[in-house]
Write a protein that binds this ligand. Structure first.
Ligand SMILES: [Zn+2]
Length: 704
């Protein structure tokens, strides 16, 4: 184990193992099998990469993700690890060379596609090698019921039969019990120790909002939170993918479409750009994602409702795999549910399957309309209890307003009843609103008792009410009859007044639910260095022909910015800088950091806004001008400067221009305040006959 610890630090550059990594590695080093269930971004690959380096021989990694192998192998080579892959993308000559290296024992890890292991030549080759372990990645592909089923995976049990003494590790990010059982039985892993890690992704912030202007709100969310970041935007249809991508381009971002209707080369090219360039937004249908392992995706946005909680969890799980903060953002509407139901109804699946899909969609919708924490209900899908509140979702951070919707629900339900459960949401809302259009008159619905009883309620509020009634199971949508609303058994209690209904208040459309505060990765005074290090990384990545994150992850660069190492030893202490990376890139990054020294004034722990002021102040800009530039009052600027005076970074005379005598006069007045007045500036201001600005007084107060 000491050796594993040493490798972790010297090669991968990390000080500590995460989660159960250490125990899993120990299990393999002891020669045992393991089944690992871990969310994406949990550090799965280290669980086999380190034992592969400790144990003698070559580790065989089975992965269905051929497109990913190149990047995985590139990343390992960057660390100085001898890795290669064998798959159909290689020409005969290259494949032959790799086979020779394998036989000569020159490889630490070899990635292969599952179908290769059916091949007797490949097995004969393995017979001639010293093998350290088998790692079966994406092990859920063995499950016939899962959507990633790969028949080749079911043959992998032969590894155990043919090489019974070689330890095996199966890994997956799919957590449900049925898949787990299937992996164990199909791969004959009955003796394997099972490691189930938490599937919570605490660094992802979840926010879900309903209503109109989804595109506009998406843009606001991106501008506020991710002006430079890479992200994925999911849409339901190809058409919407294309539209949204061009729209984002018009707004000034690099946005690329991805869907099954595009030619193969174009899809490949767009995916490649998303991986290799920085700050690219990919707009995609759910066809995109499997096999994407980009660690620095900072946001995943949904412009439509995913079809299940499971899908939502998987899709949002592509954000923040490097562990740094990331956003999962969604905007949805009533139309989504109707469209998805239509899809399901039209599919050729059998009735039982359709019912299940329907149920899954209901649950997803329930998650959206929820008034309690999001994370908890998200984790119920992996049967995991989560403490409430999570503190990192919209409902926890800005609890939604609630209202007693019982009476309104009664009006809505009885209106559906009186129109014989034949009409859709829009029509029912029109009746409630007392709209006299031709169709309503023709049907005589302007004569029924519910006509116009909901005039006081806004249309948006009615729509929100209907969404919630549907999500909560009081109303069903009959897709066969063009989305006609019908009553369920459950709504009797409400109609009879035996149950009250607490509902989520619809948010005002002009107020977006994204929090306004800018979430930049670094402090304002570190921004120039951060930009410089990212540019250097991009340059090196282009030279090496790898994605930037293969050089260093964002979190590693952020630590460099924070700690500003000046020697190679300091650099080696940065998490993610192992021996090989230090040798390769250490000097260049040290030189770059050296170019951006932090002044004494800006080397502080004060808030971002204070530092923004200090940066301008440092340039010798006048306080009034700083206030204008930052669009705040000059008294606010003085408050910022007072903070710096208080911690001894600025001199009060220099800031205020006060003479010694003036300063002493103010100090005298402040100190002679009665105890109960202490800290208040108004009395001081009055005592001095308003001769000095509040800002100046604040600075003097800070200096005392
Ligand atoms: Zn929460």
């Amino acid at each position: 184990m000491n050796r594993a610890q040493h490798i972790l630090k010297s090669i991968f550059g990390y000080d500590e193992f995460r989660h159960a990594q250490q125990e899993i590695i120990q299990e393999l080093l002891n020669g045992n099998d393991a089944l690992v269930l871990m969310p994406t971004g949990g550090g799965k690959s280290l669980c086999y990469q380190i034992p592969a380096l400790v144990r003698e021989g070559t580790a065989i990694v089975i992965s269905p993700l051929i497109a990913l192998m190149q990047d995985q192998v590139d990343a390992l080579r960057q660390l100085g690890i001898k890795a290669a892959f064998l798959n159909s993308s290689l020409n005969q000559n290259d494949a032959y060379n790799i086979q020779q290296r394998l036989i000569n024992g020159e490889l630490d890890l070899l990635y292969v596609a599952p179908e290769r292991l059916q091949n007797s030549a490949m097995l004969a080759l393995l017979d001639r090698c010293k093998l350290s372990l088998f790692a079966i990645d994406e092990a859920h592909c063995v499950s016939q019921w899962g959507h990633d089923f790969r028949p080749d995976y079911q043959q992998l049990k032969l590894l155990h039969q043919r090489y019974p003494t070689i330890p095996r590790i199966a890994l997956t990010a799919t957590a449900d019990q049925r898949t787990r059982d299937e992996i164990i039985s199909q791969l004959q892993l009955e003796n394997a120790r099972v490691f189930v890690n938490s599937f919570d992704r605490p660094n992802i912030h979840y926010a879900i909002s309903e209503g109109n202007n989804a595109k506009q709100r998406l843009w606001q969310f991106i501008v506020d939170n991710h002006p430079q970041d890479a992200g994925i935007v999911y849409c339901l249809s190809r058409k919407k993918v294309e539209e949204t991508a061009s729209w984002l381009v018009e707004q000034g971002r690099i946005a690329l479409p991805y869907h099954a209707g595009l030619p193969q080369e174009k899809r490949q090219r767009n995916q490649q750009r998303f991986l290799r360039d920085e700050g690219v937004i990919i707009v995609a249908t759910i066809a995109f994602g499997m096999g994407i392992d980009k660690p620095d995706v900072r946001f995943v946005a949904h412009l439509n409702l995913p079809k299940s909680i499971e899908a939502y969890y998987q899709e949002t799980g592509r954000a923040g795999r490097d562990g740094a903060p990331a956003n999962a953002w969604m905007a949805y509407g009533l139309q989504d549910v109707i469209t998805l139901r239509q899809f399901m109804q039209d599919s050729k699946a059998d009735e039982a399957h359709k019912r299940m899909e329907h149920h899954k969609l209901e649950s997803m919708w329930g998650l959206c309309e929820l008034i309690t924490g999001r994370r908890q209900s998200l984790l119920t899908y992996v049967d995991e209890a989560s403490p409430e509140p999570c503190g990192n979702c919209d409902n926890c951070l800005q609890p939604p307003a609630k209202w007693d919707g019982t009476e309104s629900a009664q009006k809505a339900l009885s209106c559906i009843y009186r129109t014989e459960q034949r009409f859709g949401v829009n029509y029912i809302v029109d009746i409630l609103h007392g709209k006299t259009d031709e169709r309503i008159q023709r049907n005589g619905h302007d004569k029924i008792s519910t006509f116009g009883i909901g005039k006081d309620t806004l249309v948006t509020e009615w729509r929100s009410l209907f969404r919630q009634l549907i999500a909560l199971g009081y109303i069903d949508i009959d897709v066969e009859r063009h989305g006609a609303l019908c009553l369920t058994e459950k709504c009797r209690l409400i109609l009879r007044g035996e149950q009250t209904l607490e509902l989520r208040k619809p948010v005002k459309q002009d107020k977006t639910t994204t929090d306004k505060k800018q979430k930049t990765a670094v402090r304002p005074q570190d921004q120039p260095l951060w930009d410089a290090l990212r540019a250097l990384r991009m340059l090196l990545a282009e030279q090496a022909g790898v994605p930037p994150y293969v050089i260093f992850h964002d979190v590693t660069l952020q630590e460099m910015v924070k700690k500003r190492p000046s020697t190679e030893q300091d650099m080696n202490r940065i998490s993610g800088v192992g021996g090989q990376k230090l040798a390769r890139y250490g000097k260049e990054f040290l030189a770059e950091i050296n170019q951006y020294p932090l002044s004494e004034l800006l080397d502080n722990r004060l808030s971002s806004t204070v530092n923004e002021t200090l940066m301008l102040y440092q340039q010798g800009i006048d306080i009034e001008l700083i206030a204008q530039q930052r669009k705040v009052k000059s008294s606010t600027i003085y408050t910022h400067l007072a903070d710096a005076i208080e911690v001894g970074l600025l001199d009060v005379h220099e800031v205020t221009g006060l003479s010694k005598a003036e300063f002493n006069e103010i100090v005298f007045v402040i100190e002679s305040q009665e105890d109960q007045e202490k800290g208040r500036l108004k009395p001081v201001y009055d005592e001095l006959d308003g001769e000095y600005d509040y800002g100046v007084l604040k600075c003097v107060q800070a200096a005392i």
